[in-house]
Design a protein around this ligand. Structure first.
Ligand code: ATP
Ligand code: MG
Length: 260
């Protein structure tokens, strides 16, 4: 890929305007001789209310970075601030506390097979005085995701894309200020994928939520405020959509996004 120097990748925004601020982050898997560095000197800001799309080849470190930002792993090195809290060196219970403010949409759906779609979402509802209100919130978000006629179905009676949407509903039901999504549209057809990203765009624009989304799906790139590319554990470029489109040959773009 040809890369043209991107505009300054680190905007000088004040701390209050930033949901995630990463400086000089390195990450290693394994111990001793097997120790292998997978993230190299990552610097990235996610401003509040923005949708940032992360793309890049398989194995380049996207999911690893997402799980670090999501406080799903301890962060030994560098600086990583999530929603105003520095999570480097935090213990497990503090990390759990940070996680309460994050909606995760990961590749594996992890739905409970014995529960209906609505019950799977109800399980995640944190603030509700009673089950009736939990149910109301669950049905409302499932309806927004086009599943109003499937709320009482169990996962085995749902298609892959429908299950994915239940998982998305579960991640969004508590209205988290930060949403981390790993290939949220991978199992969806064109229309459902578009519905999901349109909903995300509404959340970001009208409610100021911050979204970091890993995707190889170039049909949805247009919702991004910025696109970052990870290559071999490094953030290769960090640019706004206009710059990305201007500087990438569409054919190269397609190939890079679909061989993954
Ligand atoms: N638990 C682990 N232990 C050791 N190495 C790991 C572990 N998880 C991931 N890796 C390695 O870290 C590197 C980055 O993996 P990661 O899953 O972050 O890539 P990715 O960009 O999300 O790829 P994909 O697009 O295939 O999902 C890979 O080389 C992978 O083999
Ligand atoms: Mg991954």
């Amino acid at each position: 890929m040809t890369t043209t120097p991107a505009p300054s990748s680190i905007p000088a925004l004040p701390d209050e305007a930033i949901a995630v601020r990463i400086r000089n982050l390195n990450y290693f898997f394994g111990q001793g001789e097997l120790r292998k560095q997978v993230l190299f000197d990552i610097n990235l800001d996610l401003p509040k209310g923005e949708i940032v799309i992360m793309t890049g080849p398989s194995g380049s470190g996207k999911t690893t970075l997402l799980t670090l930002i999501g406080a799903l792993r301890t962060v030994p090195d560098g600086s990583l601030k999530v929603l105003g809290r520095d999570i480097v060196g935090m213990g497990r219970s503090q990390l759990v506390d940070v996680r309460r403010n994050i909606g995760f949409i990961f590749q594996a759906h992890n739905l409970f097979d014995s529960l209906s779609a609505a019950q799977n979402v109800e399980m995640a509802v944190e603030l509700a005085p009673n089950w009736r209100e939990k149910r109301r919130q669950a049905v409302a978000i499932l309806t927004q995701l086009g599943l109003s006629d499937r709320v009482d179905y169990k996962p085995k009676a749902l298609s892959g894309g429908q299950k994915q949407r239940v998982a998305i509903a579960r991640a969004l039901v508590n209205q988290p200020p930060l949403i981390l999504a790993d290939e949220p549209t991978a199992a969806l057809d064109k229309k459902s994928g578009r519905d999901v990203v349109t909903l995300m765009q509404q959340l970001a624009k009208s409610e100021g939520r911050t979204i970091l989304m890993v995707t190889h799906d170039n049909r949805i790139l247009d919702v991004a405020d910025r696109i970052v590319t990870m290559v071999d554990g490094r953030l290769d470029s960090d640019e706004n959509l206009g710059h990305f489109v201007d500087t990438h040959d569409p054919k190269t773009l397609d190939r890079r996004m679909f061989i993954l």
